[in-house]
Every structure is written in structure tokens, then in C-alpha cells.
Design a protein. Structure first.
Length: 311
């Protein structure tokens, strides 16, 4: 039976760039990370590439920014596994240790001539426009664009991914969280600072591009799902025809007429299907059809919900 799958990052343009030689060394560095952090780093890099494209940034900058994103969490190599993989919230002390992955990553990249050009990834991806980020508490004017882009990609993937220490959160709910992060803080002390009064933690322009990426990918997923639904419909129709032949065959008294319908069934059978198992296969296709139709409806609802969101 045919199966379909959709990778949220499958439409990335990474392959359109000649990154193999440029990134081989950087990607090898990721092998030292735990599986969750490595996958997260790959996701953030792919999404960062997409965001750069939707921001209409130059190709060279997109390549640079993508590599920075691959390396943004490289400092977690030296965070104790008991903290990095903790199954529960971190204590204040543990959180302070976790935050050092930014400076550790910066130092790792700076000391390596091959990685030095990409120090912005590790050091800036947790800085916030309103000055509430870390490690330096920089303000908007001091945070380079690559850091602002990677922060949005990083937060989105961190919230939506399934981790060993938290529950998966849906895309629409994640975007609501990010919208809140893009708005000015309600903290009275912070709001009194004129420089940061109108700023949130993340760049709203980048967040708007994230909306476009998600909507485009969801609509692409819908189109792929429609193709699969058509495939399922065709096979349900074919197998029901086989079932009709089978029922008619059982009603025949003469062997000649029975063989006539049996041959008709054989013509319609596909690889692995037999007179003994076709009903089970038909049942599988019918169930898959209902599941996929329900999925398409949910995707349409998701697109509608995302389009209603305001930054």
C-alpha cells in the first residue's frame, strides 16, 4: 500500500545552493551533539534559509545565515547531559548553566578559523530586541539581522518539536506565543525605558515571513494530501469492483462462470493482492481515506486560523 509523508522543511532551498563544500566541516561538528539538539540545529538551519528567502535577502547572506543557524547551539556540547536532557523544568541554577551554551559556542567558533566567520549564530540567537535576552542583554540596534532571524526559527522549532521534557504544542498555538513575544513587554519597569517601549523580544517582520512560510507549506501539504486521497479513491473503487466480481462468482453454479469472474478479479489485482486478502486491503484503504480527509479538513482550518492571527 502506498504511503505518503510530509516534512515541514522539505521545501527548503538548501539544495539549490552549493553548500556541500562550505558546510561539510560545520555539519561534522553537529555529530558531537545529542540527537535532539542535532535535529533541532538542522531544523533551525533549514527554516532560517527559508526565512532569508522570504525576506528577499541576498544569496551570499542566506548561505552565511544558514551556516550560523547550523552552529547556533554548538555550545551545548559542553552542557552536562543531566541538564541538557532533563525531564522537567530547570532550576534557576541549571538555567544559568544552560545559558552559557551561547558564550561557549561563541568561543568554540572564534578559536576555530573555519568556524570564526559564523560566531554570530551562537552568541546572538538568544538576544532580545527589548534588551531582555542573553548573554549580553543587547538592544535592537546592536543585534545583527542574522541573530534576529535565527531567534525566530529557534523559538518556533523549540516550541513545536517533541522533546523528552515537554509536550508537543501545535503550530497555531506556537504562533500565538511568538506573537506575544513580538509585542512590547507589559512589564512596567521595562515599558518606562523609551528605547525599548515599543519593542518585543523578536522581530515582527521576520515573524510575518514565518507566517508565510507556514501557510505556503501547509497549502503544499494539502495539495499533496489531495493527490493521495485521489490515489486512495481509485484503489477503493478498484477493490470494490473486485468484491462485486467475488460476490457474483460465489453465486455461480458452473465452474466456467466462476472462472470468468475469478479471471476478472485477477486482472484487477495489484502486487500482493489475492482472493484471500483483498477485503482486508480494501478495509485499510477505506480507513486511510477517512483519516486523510479528516487531515485535509484540519489543515484547511489551520490555514484559516493562521490567517486570522494579527502581529
Amino acid at each position: 500500500m502506498k504511503t505518503d509523508s510530509f516534512d515541514f522543511y522539505s521545501k527548503t532551498s538548501l539544495k539549490s545552493y552549493n553548500l556541500d563544500n562550505t558546510m561539510r566541516y560545520q555539519l561534522n561538528m553537529l555529530d558531537s551533539l545529542d540527537v535532539f539538539t542535532r535535529k533541532h540545529s538542522e531544523n533551525v538551519a533549514s527554516l532560517t534559509c527559508r526565512l532569508c528567502e522570504y525576506l528577499h535577502l541576498p544569496k551570499d547572506f542566506t548561505i552565511y545565515c544558514t551556516i550560523c543557524a547550523y552552529l547556533h547551539d554548538i555550545g551545548k556540547m559542553f552542557i552536562p547531559p543531566s541538564i541538557l536532557q532533563k525531564n522537567g523544568p530547570l532550576t534557576d541554577e541549571e538555567y544559568e548553566i544552560m545559558k552559557t551554551h551561547t558564550t561557549i559556542g561563541y568561543e568554540m567558533c572564534y578559536k576555530d578559523l573555519k568556524l570564526r566567520p559564523y560566531v554570530a549564530g551562537p552568541i546572538f540567537h538568544h538576544e532580545a530586541l527589548n534588551g531582555t535576552g542573553y548573554p549580553k542583554g543587547l538592544h535592537a540596534k546592536d543585534i545583527p539581522l542574522e541573530g534576529q532571524i535565527i531567534r525566530v526559527a529557534d523559538e518556533f522549532d523549540a516550541i513545536t518539536s517533541k522533546r523528552q521534557y515537554k509536550t508537543h504544542i501545535g503550530i497555531t498555538d506556537t504562533l500565538k506565543i511568538l506573537i506575544d513575544h513580538a509585542r512590547p513587554s507589559k512589564d512596567s519597569a521595562l515599558s518606562q525605558m523609551a528605547e525599548d517601549a515599543k519593542l518585543g523580544k523578536i522581530n515582527p517582520r521576520v515573524l510575518k515571513c514565518l507566517f508565510k512560510v507556514i501557510i505556503d507549506d501547509t497549502e503544499y501539504e494539502i495539495s499533496q494530501a489531495f493527490d493521495y486521497v485521489e490515489y486512495l479513491k481509485e484503489n477503493v473503487k478498484r477493490l470494490k469492483q473486485i468484491n462485486e466480481y467475488h460476490e457474483k462468482m460465489l453465486k455461480q453454479n458452473s465452474e466456467k462462470k466462476q472462472n470468468y469472474y475469478r479471471e476478472g478479479m485477477k486482472i484487477l489485482f495489484e502486487a500482493g493482492e489475492t482472493e484471500d486478502n483483498y477485503k482486508d486491503i480494501l478495509n485499510e484503504y477505506e480507513k486511510a481515506y477517512l483519516v486523510k480527509k479528516e487531515k485535509i479538513d484540519s489543515l484547511f482550518d489551520e490555514v484559516k486560523n493562521i490567517k486570522k492571527l494579527k502581529i
